[in-house]
Design a protein. Structure first.
Length: 571
């Protein structure tokens, strides 16, 4: 029997099958790698390489990064006898090395193992937070010649608030912990009592990308490299770079649902802690889902900034000044009360506002800005088919936006009833999103807005339909892998975080060739003047090329407005 220390720091057997739970999503395009989502259960078939393991989910097998999973504390697969210190029970149950596999344990012992793991990780986590606050942040504040207050806010975020919160949380956990009989501990109520406090992680996670970027800039200067290393040595911290310490809170908030799910699994239904653990699991899953959702929104703000830059004749504040998410988009007929004239417009519903655009008459992929509606001041009114007294028109598939302060009314007509229902659902989702953002204090920082603006300026303007879409970073396979039968280590994975997708070229229609021949000599309009309705200046036939006219966000990876079914994303 060979015992190998795997990448997670736990002892596992080299010839047994153990189970692990995914902590992070593993997105891959390589055919010999195993893709999974956070929370998936993976059978680890081979862990002889410390960085890349071979595993199985259902019928799929492949390589995956060992750091992306967490081995289960209690393994139920039968294995051979291990080293004497393990089989004799000489391993400290509170240590980081746990023997995976049997001997069989009853439910109480399994629950005790999970409780001990939770308590152990919380104590270690508190030490990590203390090291960051006292070892790094406190020392940085003494060096005003090297760090400004703004830099420290970007790098460390609200880490001190998290430290204070976790101190109170751990104190309550210790009160509920039964040292003599850990399986009798009732820790579920602690999570419920502190559930609102966990929302402070949202601000930290949203800021983490900015922190990494700021640290990356500073580390180009050897002075900062030596300073941070001196801080680590002075605090007697483990040999991890500062960015590794700052990643700890992001990892921690994602682990709570996994730990509570495992605790619930080994808690009998007649246990006094059962219903509290079940409720705590639901709460922490909701917290992590909301945090992940908001982090995703921040990662997509570059696309919103790029889209705004493509809209001609833009006026007023930027979208990112108030909004961070495109909720729905589509084309409808619209009547505004002072004018009473039916107009066809394309509407883009963001949180807090809805932007109105007009299609170019010839280049249907080009949009012109025509205004916006402040959704914070309006209420949505569903109206039945029939005659409207305010506008004196017949209505079908219509709804109104009513300004509660000025009594202004906007009337909208969807093409189909299904489209109207989707719009009404989108308006409800917009209000819900705004309320949740206000609850947790979600907002886009000025630094993130500047970064998005800089990204837009760096992107070259193209006449084609090429678009860039972000994908999760890939990780390289081991350099010197061991060969295991038919299993082959994955090929080198490109480090680029952005892939470019090009829309397939469409065949040129003979209509445009004939049409252009008859219209030779017509002067093209001056685009710099913002011509949109094409007067006597002529028209631009774009060399006979027709671009995607059904979906303006096709190029940006946003929801497609031309779908007749549920909300979809163009690919």
């Amino acid at each position: 029997m060979q015992w190998i220390r795997g990448g997670s720091g736990m002892l596992i057997t080299g010839d047994s099958i153990v189970s692990a739970e995914a902590v992070w999503d593993h997105v891959t395009m390589a055919n010999r790698e195993l893709a999974f989502k956070a929370g998936d259960v993976i059978k680890v078939l081979d862990a002889s390489n410390k960085d890349w393991w071979w595993g199985q989910i259902d019928d799929e097998e492949g390589w995956f990064p060992a750091s992306f999973v967490r081995l289960w504390v209690n393994q139920e697969d039968e294995v051979e006898e291990g080293p004497s210190d393990v089989q004799n029970g000489h391993l400290d149950p509170n240590s980081d090395c746990l023997c995976l596999g049997r001997p069989l344990q009853n439910r109480d012992q399994m629950r005790a193992n999970v409780i001990n793991e939770i308590m152990s990780t919380e104590r270690h986590y508190i030490k990590h937070l203390k090291d960051i606050c006292e070892g790094y942040l406190k020392q940085c504040r003494k060096r005003r010649d090297m760090f400004s207050d703004e830099q420290l806010k970007v790098i460390f975020g609200n880490i001190e608030d998290i430290y204070r919160f976790q101190m109170g949380f751990v104190r309550d956990l210790e009160k509920q912990y039964n040292n003599d009989d850990p399986h009798l501990s009732e820790i579920g109520p602690c999570f419920l009592e502190h559930q609102d406090g966990f929302w402070i992680y949202s601000e930290y996670c949203n800021n983490h990308l900015d922190a990494c970027m700021e640290l990356s800039k500073l580390m180009k200067d050897s002075r900062y490299q030596h300073f941070f290393e001196a801080c680590r040595l002075l605090q007697q911290m483990i040999d991890i770079a500062i960015d590794g310490f700052l990643l700890t809170p992001v990892q921690k908030i994602c682990k709570y649902p996994l730990q509570l799910a495992e605790l619930l699994k080994y808690t009998a239904q007649d246990h006094s802690d059962y219903r509290y653990v079940a409720a705590a699991l639901a709460v922490m899953r909701n917290v992590t889902q909301q945090i992940n959702e908001r982090k995703r929104r921040l990662e997509n703000i570059d696309k919103i900034a790029q889209w705004q830059a493509s809209v001609l004749d833009w006026e007023g504040e930027d979208i990112l000044d108030r909004s961070s998410e495109l909720i729905y988009t589509g084309e409808m007929a619209w009547i505004y009360q002072p004018y009473g004239r039916n107009q066809q417009r394309v509407f883009f519903l963001f949180d807090h506002q809805m932007v109105l655009c007009k299609k170019d008459l010839i280049r249907r992929d080009i949009l012109y800005y025509k205004g916006r509606i402040d959704m914070d001041k309006y209420e949505v009114v569903d109206i039945e088919d029939g005659r409207d007294d305010d506008f004196n028109v017949s209505m079908k598939n219509a709804f109104k936006l009513h300004n509660k302060e000025t009594e202004e009314i906007h009337l909208f007509f969807a093409k189909k009833l299904e489209e109207k229902i989707r719009w009404l659902r989108a308006f409800r989702e917009e209000r819900k999103m705004v309320q949740e953002d206000e609850k947790i204090g979600f907002e886009i920082s000025e630094n993130q807005k500047r970064q998005a603006a800089m990204t837009v300026r760096k992107v070259p303007k193209q006449k084609g339909v090429n678009s860039a879409r972000s994908v999760p970073p890939s990780y390289p396979p081991p350099q010197d892998p061991l060969i295991h039968g038919q299993y082959l280590v994955p090929d080198g994975i490109a480090q680029s975080q952005v892939f470019e997708f090009t829309e397939p070229k469409r065949s040129q229609s003979p209509f445009w060739q004939n049409f252009s021949r008859y219209c030779e000599g017509i002067k093209k309009p001056n685009r710099s003047k913002g011509v949109s309705d094409y007067d006597d200046a002529g028209v631009d036939f774009c060399s006979g090329n027709i671009l995607h006219s059904g979906c303006f966000f096709y190029h940006w990876g946003f929801p497609c407005c031309s779908t007749s079914g549920s909300l979809q994303f163009c690919i």
